[in-house]
Unconditional design. Sequence first.
Length: 163
Amino acid sequence: MRRRNSPRGGLAPWQQKRVLAYIESNISRGLRVADLAGVVHLSISHFSRAFAESFGQTPFAYVTVRRIRYAQVIMLNTRVPLSQVALDCGMCDQAHFTRVFRKTVGISPSLWRRQFQSESMRVNEMLPEAADEVSEWSRCATGAQDPPVCPTTPSVTNFEDAL
């Protein structure tokens, strides 16, 4: 009898880890599906189907969400202009970044930053337990924790859901 650790047709666990590590380490660069497929030695079409089976979304959609979460972390912790945030996340320009951010999060990046950066700046004034909770969410947004612990869809109802 054959044991399966991943869903039928999905990526093997080692392939999942390798492709996710590649995405995280190259998030600010242009990532093509061909590059991701090459990391795990699969054809583009087979990789795309296996990735979608394993993660429930296309490689492009996954990378887009990771870029937006990376941008949110930058915007919460720095005052870098949005044009630079866009470039740091692998977007071609601020206009493209704004369109993708609004489509993913529901509001513009500048409004999101105004709404949540002031809350982030007050973290130092919080009780130590609350500050630890906020930093947990920051680690989640940067991929330092496994996805099941983290929220899967950004929302603007409160600070924790925004990451």
